[in-house]
Ligand binder design. Sequence first.
Ligand SMILES: Cc1cc2nc3c(=O)[nH]c(=O)nc-3n(C[C@H](O)[C@H](O)[C@H](O)COP(=O)(O)O)c2cc1C
Length: 174
Amino acid sequence: MSNLINIIKNRRSTRAFIEGKLPPREQIEQIVEAALWAPSGMGKQLWHFSVIYNAEKSLQLAKAVAKASNRGAEYNFYKAPVQIIVSYKRDEQHAFLDGSAAMQNILLMAQDLGLGSCWINQIRDCCDDTEVRQLLTSYGVPKDHVVICSAAIGYIEKETNPKPRMENTVSFND
Ligand SMILES: Cc1cc2nc3c(=O)[nH]c(=O)nc-3n(C[C@H](O)[C@H](O)[C@H](O)COP(=O)(O)O)c2cc1C
């Protein structure tokens, strides 16, 4: 098997990160570089990647998200010390498609570097909450952007078992 298919098949959603242990900054920069090379509709690239490279700030955002979306106080992005927030210019046709393509590059690059990652959906629905938005702005999310998703990244504390893939989801025509 090629290296790429191994990376794709071995990537899992990590839901337990080693608390407070930051990966090297260069690795996070490599992950962001992978995001920048994702495809985008009509090549518009109207995205922005805001990196929180700080366990305390990541937790602060998780707490604000928990408050805005009525989650329990223990909500903590699985203790990941890094969050990469994928945002996109509001009301753009390809926002969610482009953002998701970038996100997949982020997750696969993290896997290639031996890091755990998890797609986080929670910021999306509350990104216009006043307290959440204030934090997002302070982390560099442009004011005219919506959050598409974010990636929790860090070292894996507990491995995730693979979820079996559904059958009969492919039609092959020749
Ligand atoms: C659109 C989308 C939203 C997701 N949101 C979350 C989330 O908020 N929290 C979470 O733990 N996992 C989230 N996931 C991860 C999925 O639960 C996970 O990919 C799926 O269970 C398959 O497991 P695997 O990633 O280990 O292959 C999301 C995945 C996608 C594609």
